[in-house]
Design a protein around this ligand. Structure first.
Ligand code: HEC
Length: 419
């Protein structure tokens, strides 16, 4: 089964009221406080990292240069300190940041003070990372940052969760008996407009595995200002809208939150948000929930309108980031890493025929999805370099659902894939 993790670049605009408040006090961040300058449809990469290759700058056969890797940097910080009131900047020295879903895996080690730099991140990658530290103070902490990287990012912060925090601030306070090898899952609930998702009853939050069965103990909400899970809170409070689950076995799950909206009575403003997460043995998983879902989330209501054609609707998506596309041709071009796997910037008919001639690209193989839409998605384990689809301006209203290249390609294939 394909799973596509939602793009949470909307989170780049948000930090939530608590974070906003705290940020006014100190320039540290909460989970979800990521690059504000990032524009999901920005095209310039703003990065001067030299492209891989011989580096001598001549280009005898006039082929375009290979795609430029982007630099993603920030701090690795202690989760408890960063979410304390007031927040403390407590960088973790010597931590390893390891990406998930980018092939090949990228890693970096923090310096004294906790700063890290990941080099050569492929454009349009979704950056998630596990923070690993020597010793047993910290748990391996998976940061489901879900940040879509279209240009260099200088302030993507990751966090590590200590065993002490899990024990004292979650297990002791909820009274849950610790289960061996289990994880904690903490999520920030932030609406797409950046406001904290207040007033969500506990019953509206579930963590489930594939068949819908609940996993773990919870949900619980965090006590505002005290930074610990409190089983007495029956709905998400005003200032701290983080939730937590404890005793979550290792696996892959869906976190679902039904937001009752500003008007708690009126069903018209209710929105359901989901996020795919994974947990590791004795780990911690940090995520956010509350953005509009594109791709593998709930299907858009009804078909995507219009008679889609390859030339008008698909081909433009395949072009290089600098040409307004989703970045496929950054690699799928003469001289690019996927030169042998369909050059996507040749004339539309040539690209179209090449795709039709290759088994499984447009016409799916039995029991598989066509690779044209499915290959570039974020998957675990990944089956493709971790390129992904930025959200497209086409947003179907009521309820609002973002549409991306995956939805558009799937709709085009279902409509009979005309040229
Ligand atoms: C960072 C580089 C990179 C980007 C960006 C990229 N790809 Fe690829 N793609 C590859 C590589 C390398 C292969 C061959 C290895 C593999 O199959 O994973 C490939 C293979 C494929 C294949 C299989 C082709 C065949 O030979 O059957 C398809 C389809 C595909 N990519 C579609 C896309 C689409 C659509 C996009 C844009 C949304 C995209 N790719 C973006 C690197 C990339």
């Amino acid at each position: 089964m394909m799973t596509k993790t939602e793009d949470t670049n909307l989170f780049s605009m948000v930090a939530g009221a608590l974070c906003a408040l705290l940020l006014a006090v100190a320039s540290t961040g909460c989970i979800g406080d990521i690059d504000d300058s990032e524009d999901p449809v920005a095209t310039g990469d703003g990065d001067n990292t030299p492209p891989p290759g011989d580096g001598d700058g001549d280009n005898p056969d006039n082929t375009p240069p290979p795609p430029q890797g982007l630099t993603v940097s920030g701090m690795v910080m202690d989760y408890a300190s960063a979410n304390a009131v007031p927040p403390l900047i407590n960088g973790i020295d010597g931590a390893t940041v390891e990406t998930a879903g980018i092939t090949p895996l990228l890693s970096a080690t923090t310096d004294i003070g906790g700063a890290y730099s990941l080099l050569n991140v492929p454009p349009n990658s979704i950056v998630n990372a596990t923070v690993l530290t020597p010793g047993d103070l910290y748990r391996p902490t998976f940061n489901n940052a879900n940040t879509l990287v279209t240009q260099a990012v200088a302030d993507l912060n990751f966090y590590g969760v200590t065993n002490n925090f899990v024990n004292d601030n979650t297990l002791v306070t909820t009274g849950a008996a610790p289960l061996p090898l289990s994880s904690v899952v903490f999520a920030d609930m932030i609406r797409p407009d950046g406001s904290p998702m207040t007033g969500v009853p506990l019953a509206n939050v579930t963590l489930t595995h594939a068949v819908g069965a609940p996993v773990g103990a919870g949900p619980y909400f965090f006590d505002p200002g005290i930074n610990r899970l409190d089983p007495l809170l029956l709905e998400s409070p005003l200032t701290d809208t983080r939730l937590g689950f404890v005793n979550v076995p290792t696996g892959q799950y869906t976190l679902t939150v039904l937001d009752p909206g500003i008007d708690l009575i009126d069903p018209a403003d209710d929105v359901t948000y989901t996020v795919a997460i994974s947990t590791a043995d004795d780990g911690a998983t940090l995520t956010q929930v509350g953005e509009l879902v594109a791709g593998g989330g709930p299907p858009p209501p009804g078909p995507i309108p219009g008679n889609l054609t390859f030339t008008a609707d698909i081909y433009p998506l395949l072009q290089a980031t600098l040409n307004g596309g989703d970045g496929c041709a950054d690699c799928h071009t003469a001289g690019g890493v996927a030169e042998a796997n369909i050059q996507m910037d040749l004339a539309p008919e040539i690209v179209y025929n090449e795709m039709l001639n290759r088994a499984g690209v447009i016409v799916a193989l039995p029991d598989e999805l066509p690779t044209l839409p499915s290959k570039p998605l974020y998957e675990d384990p990944p089956n493709h370099a971790n390129a992904t689809y930025p959200p497209r301006p086409l947003v179907l209203p009521d309820p609002p659902v973002a549409v991306d290249g995956y939805d558009i390609m799937m709709a085009w294939i279902e409509q009979g894939y005309p040229l």
